[in-house]
Write a protein that binds this ligand. Structure first.
Ligand code: HEM
Length: 439
């Protein structure tokens, strides 16, 4: 960590703090507006979470400094070791085939012309996918049902807590807190039980090569020590929380944007038709799907407008210096990928969905550190390639088989929970006649 100098620039304060509450009411009521308003007050801004001072870093260069250069500030002991093989490219290729199969079965269940609640469908599909590919051993099948029941409750509870950083409120015996606690206990017991089954039945568990088996057999290279059951549980929970709403949200927004941009939807379908010919998506390689240039631009633009987090925080263990300002050890430092990627100084017409801003000839106009949907540095997204494979598979399956239209008068809007999620998103799904598919 760099030593700090003794002369520091004063840090501007965000106006509008209330006694005791600070900026909490704004942050709760209009979180997206609040995080987007910070930049106008400086690259580093002080604000208040209740009585405590917190700091926001707002420029791409400083956010990068926070994530990469100063990452040691509060990086947890890098715990990616045991998880890394799960995301090896050879594994991702295998998962991609499963993702396509699951998506095809789901899309085939949609009735032509029906109004489908796409956000719900894609959430349940994403959860089923993570569960299936990460816990594929026999013993993992029962766990799947508990995951399906508990993870939505946990995500909902975590979302509420993210907006209420006063931990005493979480301990009140309200019906929601009780539901949250019950779900957490159920999942914990189910994972413990599955761990015991994996150990007892190696053929159906430990040798399945899935995430759980990898975690259970992982050994520290230096000490030879394995993970405790508690550590395994933490890894499983992190994966379920970090890997479902994120991808489901991004996919829902991509469908929403394409439903409202007829031209982009047609271009995407043309690209798919040319790449697939008469084949189903599951018969096309993972690499081919990743090379569909227009699809990649649609995904990039969706993740710019709707990254899966609206704020993230770090808590440096030492004093750190940002552009001549000193932030004290232990303070909450906040940054917002959402605000960054909609900053009009960094992106022309930032509110507009324009996949072509990602054409190779256009990207030199975008500062390279202005776009970080998967974060950066030591704590960047472990599942980026998994998520990219999932998005490519689902979108290819949906748009090769269907066209998607908005339901008049019922546009989805952003709801801020743990992540900026869509509200109910009804879309009309029509099966594409074969003649439309140009083969
Ligand atoms: C569109 C989909 C996704 C997006 C945009 C996304 C984004 C992110 C971001 C921004 C972070 C960094 C958080 C920070 O800096 O504090 C992160 C962390 C992480 N992500 Fe993802 N993610 C996605 C999907 C996934 C999937 C599918 C998985 C796993 C299957 C996953 C697993 C993780 C894990 C394990 C972490 C680290 C959490 C930690 O260290 O506390 N993510 N993700």
């Amino acid at each position: 960590m760099r030593a700090t100098t003794s002369h520091h620039l004063p840090i501007p304060s965000m106006p509008g703090a209330l006694p005791l509450l600070g900026h909490m009411p704004q942050l709760r009521r209009q979180p997206l507006e609040f995080v987007r308003s910070l930049r106008a007050h400086g690259d580093v801004v002080r604000f208040r979470l209740g009585p405590r001072a917190a700091y926001a870093v707002n420029s791409p260069v400083l956010i990068r400094q926070l994530l990469v250069t100063e990452a040691a500030a509060d990086a947890p002991v890098p715990r990616r070791g045991p998880v890394r093989p799960v995301f090896h490219p050879s594994r991702i290729r295998q998962y991609a085939a499963t993702m396509c199969e699951l998506a095809e079965a789901r899309v085939d269940s949609w009735r032509h012309g029906a109004e489908i609640l796409l956000d719900q469908e894609l959430f349940s599909l994403s959860l089923a996918t993570v569960t299936k590919v990460l816990f594929s051993g026999h013993a993992g099948q029962r766990l799947a049902e508990d995951i399906r029941r508990t993870v939505p409750v946990l995500l909902e509870g975590l979302g509420r807590r993210a907006l209420t950083p006063v931990s005493a409120l979480d301990r009140l015996p309200t019906p929601m807190n009780l539901r949250f606690k019950r779900a957490l206990r159920t999942l914990q017991e189910a994972v413990r039980h599955t761990i015991a089954e994996y150990r007892a039945d190696p053929a159906g568990g430990l040798e399945s090569g899935d995430l759980l088996s990898m975690l259970l057999t992982a050994r520290d290279e230096a000490t030879g020590a394995g993970l405790s059951d508690e550590q395994v549980y933490d890894e499983v929970l992190t994966m379920l929380i970090a890997g479902t709403e994120t991808t489901a949200g991004a996919l829902s927004w991509a469908c929403h944007l394409l439903s409202r941009n007829h031209d982009a939807q047609r271009r995407f379908q043309r690209e798919l038709d040319e790449a697939l010919g008469r084949r189903d998506v599951r018969h096309v390689s993972h690499e081919t799907l990743q090379e569909l240039a227009f699809q990649q631009r649609v995904i990039a633009e969706t993740l710019r407008l709707y990254p899966s987090t609206w704020t993230l925080t770090r808590r440096p263990t030492n004093d750190v210096e940002f552009a001549g300002h000193r932030i004290p050890a232990g303070a909450t430092v906040l940054f917002s990928i959402y605000a960054l990627q909609r900053d009009p100084e960094l992106f022309a017409h930032p509110e507009q969905f324009d996949p072509d801003r990602w054409l190779p000839e256009s990207t030199p106009g975008i500062p390279w550190d202005a776009y970080i949907p998967f974060g950066s540095g030591l704590r960047g997204c472990a599942g980026e390639q998994f998520a990219r494979a999932e998005m490519a598979a689902f979108l290819s399956v949906i748009f090769s088989r269907c066209s998607v239209q908005p339901v008049p008068g019922r546009p989805a809007h952003l709801v801020t929970r743990l992540m900026p999620m869509p509200s109910a998103m009804p879309l009309i799904v029509r099966r594409r006649p074969r003649s439309d598919r140009r083969w």
